[in-house]
Write a protein of this length. Structure first.
Length: 187
């Protein structure tokens, strides 16, 4: 992706960066109005250092999604080191210098049922059939149906996903202080 593609002016958000499978280090000083860290922290053994890195890039808002609930066999297969609670993630964000605005569990009933079914069918078999080649028409139809059905989860306040929105305190010099703290840890 080109530098021009990475940074864009989009309706009040100065920059946004789309990253696919590569670690972005905050030590280069880049910051963004809105940072989304979705389904990442559970894959990193030192998740607090990773969170510090993401917070250092956050000027205004950070949205974090991670799995909650118990780890199932499929979670180990896809590289989950751990799962989180809302309270634990909110506390980690406070410690890192952000103020949680909203935190909730999500996914009941359909996403939770979907994760349970994958574990029952066999995570290896499921991921082999959906993750190695182009989707068949039946797989596309199933994926589209699940996507639409998952909106039912918004009607409930439970489930095995954790979603937390946090913001940088108004008038705070924490962005600079936090960035310096992350750099000091690396040296």
């Amino acid at each position: 992706m080109s530098e021009q593609d990475e940074a864009r002016v989009v309706q009040g958000v100065e920059k946004r960066l789309f990253i696919d499978g590569k670690w972005v280090d905050a030590s280069d000083g880049r910051t963004f109005d809105v940072v989304v860290c979705s389904e990442v922290l559970e894959h990193i053994a030192d998740w607090r250092a990773a969170l510090d890195n993401v917070v250092a890039m956050t000027r205004r808002y950070l949205l974090v999604t991670v799995p909650g609930g118990r780890r199932r066999p499929m979670d180990a297969i896809v590289g989950h080191h751990r799962h989180f609670t809302v309270a634990e993630l909110e506390e980690a964000l406070r410690t890192a210098g952000l103020q949680p605005v909203s935190g909730r569990r999500w996914g009941f009933p359909l996403h939770t049922l979907y994760r349970w079914a994958i574990s029952r069918v066999g995570a290896d078999r499921m991921y082999d059939s959906f993750g190695t080649e182009r989707y068949s028409r039946a797989q596309i139809a199933l994926s589209d149906a699940l996507y639409g059905a998952f909106f039912v989860n918004d009607l409930f306040r439970g489930g095995d996903q954790v979603i937390v929105l946090a913001r940088r305190p108004q008038g705070s010099s924490l962005a600079l202080q936090h960035r310096n703290l992350v750099w000091q840890r690396k040296t």
